[in-house]
Design a protein around this ligand. Structure first.
Ligand code: MN
Ligand code: MN
Length: 329
């Protein structure tokens, strides 16, 4: 064990970061420790993609880029995250690429198994955005209706696409219909780009979402936007979903549906880090498609976002799950 630090991660001063384990940030696997509080879970599914496929290779691309992280200490959040709670890499969910419905069931089942009876939490690495739906279902069973803080260029609240109800562009309408979202607590950040119809915006508002468009950040500033988000979610259990296409294609080219005019990396990190102290019960970073990436730009961004999400979670003790009582929305 001399190659490992006290919490089981590979020691970068003994084994250089470009060598050794291929787990996220070289943290231990789920089998290597007696118990754990937070699990990184890869979901290599992109069957809900509407444009460029390839996010199925996201989990391993993000893991590879995450070697570059130095996870022992997070300077901006002033904490040693891996010493606060036990974090593990739970590997990838084996899910079929041929049936969206079957894959959703496999992903939800895997999420339930990794979380188990305890207050363990997941940071999911996708996969396309469809994978957020089974994660919200698994978290909803444990925590009841959840406030969704959703970073994305797109609303993802369409009804259907080519008659398919479950796609990466429809997940949050399905979540609303399932009663998974707390009333008037959820918010989209970074929205921009074309839509098919003005009705898309009307529908989205009727589901109780607030929107901070990418251009709104020029007016609100990051601090103003963070204030809106924090007041919006209050003390509700929060699920943070980061579609990497919230970043401008200059900062995240490796994704399926890039839209110009997005956030820069520093803006996204500042907004994420300002969520410090919220009751984050689950999170994901999705839509990384390494085949369109260059020099690991997008994979490094997604790995850094995932590490920030983990660190935010380690700073807030898990809230005790209460039996969910949800009604169809
Ligand atoms: Mn999305
Ligand atoms: Mn998107």
């Amino acid at each position: 064990m001399s190659n490992h630090d006290p919490i089981g991660a590979l020691e970068a001063t003994v084994v250089p970061r470009f060598a050794g384990a291929s787990t996220f940030a070289r943290i231990p696997t789920i089998d290597a420790v007696p118990d754990y509080d937070i699990a990184v879970l890869g979901v290599p599914f992109d069957g809900g993609t509407s444009y460029r496929p390839g996010a199925r290779f996201g989990p391993m691309g993000v893991r590879q880029a995450s070697r570059h992280l130095r996870p022992r200490f997070h300077v901006e959040l002033d904490t040693a995250p891996l010493e606060q709670l036990q974090v593990v890499d739970a590997g990838d969910v084996p899910c079929t690429p041929y049936s969206i419905d079957d894959a959703m069931q496999q992903i939800e089942q895997a999420a339930r198994e990794v979380v188990g009876e305890r207050d363990r939490r997941l940071v999911t690495i996708g996969g396309d955005h469809t994978v957020a739906l089974p994660m919200l279902r698994a978290a909803g069973e444990k925590y009841g209706p959840i406030a969704l803080v959703h970073f994305d260029a797109h609303l993802d609240t369409w009804d259907t696409y080519f008659n398919a109800p479950t796609t990466h562009g429809t997940v949050f309408r399905r979540a609303f219909e399932d009663g998974l979202l707390a009333e008037d607590k959820s918010i989209h950040i970074g929205i921009r780009g074309p839509i098919y119809d003005r009705l898309d915006l009307v529908d989205d508002a009727s589901f109780g979402f607030r929107v901070i468009r990418a251009g709104d950040l020029d007016v609100l500033g990051i601090e103003g936007a963070v204030d809106v988000v924090r007041r919006r979610v209050g003390d509700a259990p929060v699920y943070v979903s980061v579609d990497i296409d919230v970043l401008d294609p200059a900062f995240a080219p490796g994704t399926g549906t890039p839209e110009m005019g997005g956030l820069n990396s520093r803006e996204l990190l500042r907004m994420l880090r300002a969520l410090d102290g919220l009751n984050i019960v689950g999170a994901d970073v999705v839509e990384t498609a390494p085949a369109y990436d260059h020099a690991e730009i997008t994979c490094v961004a997604a790995a850094t976002v995932a590490f920030d999400l983990i660190t935010l979670m380690t700073k807030t003790p898990a809230i005790t799950p209460e039996p969910a009582s949800m009604t169809a929305g």
